[in-house]
Write a protein that binds this ligand. Structure first.
Ligand SMILES: O=C(CO)[C@@H](O)[C@H](O)COP(=O)(O)O
Length: 157
């Protein structure tokens, strides 16, 4: 998480990033400008929210005339890898999936073989996984397992 996301849009666009996700908590006054600039750099805009932030805070950004295309539900406090997954965040994912059936919904923090089914069945279709993949003896196997769980979850939504 950065506090001044606007400063990073152009550098990341020029570096070739395909997406740019900013925190709703850090963009209360300039999210419309951020989305416009992200798209003008050819990137897909997403908005993230911290565990303590109500899900309603992202609705205006999803329903805007020029909307974000992904919502990232943080399942740990932003800061570092290796934290414990917060299952109570799945309520946010379920609410979003019901309200926006075709929206990309990402989860980030503590995702791995023991938690992926909770996220996938709640409706998440994009997964950020750090330690469960990079700490695995066979990272490809963990990635396959995560992917299979999400594909299975998608069939029920
Ligand atoms: O950057 C963050 C949290 O700030 C996350 O992207 C975590 O780094 C994910 O790591 P794991 O929880 O999967 O280890």
């Amino acid at each position: 998480m950065v506090t001044n996301p606007l400063d990073y849009v152009e550098p990341l666009g020029k570096a070739g990033a395909s997406g740019f996700t900013f925190h709703v908590e850090a963009s209360k006054d300039n999210w419309k400008e951020l989305i416009q600039r992200i798209k003008s750099q050819g990137m897909k805009p997403g908005v993230a929210l911290k565990p303590g932030t109500p899900i309603e805070d992202v609705y205006p950004l999803v329903e805007a005339e020029n909307p974000v295309e992904m919502v990232l539900v943080m399942t740990v406090a932003p800061g570092f890898g290796g934290q414990k997954f917060m299952p109570e965040m799945m309520d946010k994912v379920r609410i979003l999936r019901k309200k926006y059936p075709s929206l990309d919904i990402e989860v980030d923090g503590g995702l791995g073989p023991s938690t992926i089914d909770m996220a996938a069945s709640a409706g998440a279709n994009c997964i950020v996984a750090g330690s469960s993949v990079f700490g695995a003896p066979e990272p490809a196997q963990v990635i396959s397992l995560l992917r299979n769980s999400v594909e299975k979850g998608q069939q029920t939504h």
